[in-house]
Design a protein around this ligand. Sequence first.
Ligand SMILES: N[C@@H](CCC(=O)N[C@@H](CS)C(=O)NCC(=O)O)C(=O)O
Length: 201
Amino acid sequence: MKLFYTPGACSLAPHFALAEAGVNYQLVPVDLRAKTFPGGDFKTINPKGYVPALQLDNGEVLSECSAILQYVAELKPDAKLLPQVGQLARYRCLEWLNYIATELHKGFGPLWDPSTSEAAQKAAKDKLTQRLNFVEAELEGKDYLLGAQYSIADSYLYTVLSWSHYVKFDLTAWPRLLGFMERVNIRPATQQVLKAEGLLK
Ligand SMILES: N[C@@H](CCC(=O)N[C@@H](CS)C(=O)NCC(=O)O)C(=O)O
């Protein structure tokens, strides 16, 4: 399998999942501005023009963070990255993936865009604050989003929270989020991935 990624982008989430699952994969860097990768035009791989994209061994390409995360988790059920079909915890995990994708991941969007007006930046930060207040409350007494067990939802949450540093969105108001970041950060798979993407200081 090949993961098309850009360092620090949302492709970090499936990268964490691949490392946590312990499957074999290759990394292919994508230049998001030029929409190229070392093999040429990235749109020949993912016509959507964005990362992540996972090229399977049969050549098929899977896109969308949440779909790739679930696919990777199910390659290695023993890694327990996604609870089994029929368990309520599985649907809690899917509930989180959707929340992270639509409320948090896309909530950060305006903060990355230099053309966003000051008023729109403030509105985006206010909305993100409400969304993070919810996550903070949900993390009470838990190590990870589902409780004691790390899951693909945590791979994704860590990824989007890691952007707060780049867009100058201070997380100190959310001590549980900071504790969560520290816990995920020291996982061997996290360190391995951050190193591979050149993100370790
Ligand atoms: N809906 C996609 C969004 C992916 C996405 O936003 N990727 C960003 C990086 S975090 C990207 O590649 N942006 C470049 C672009 O849209 O041109 C998903 O959930 O995977």
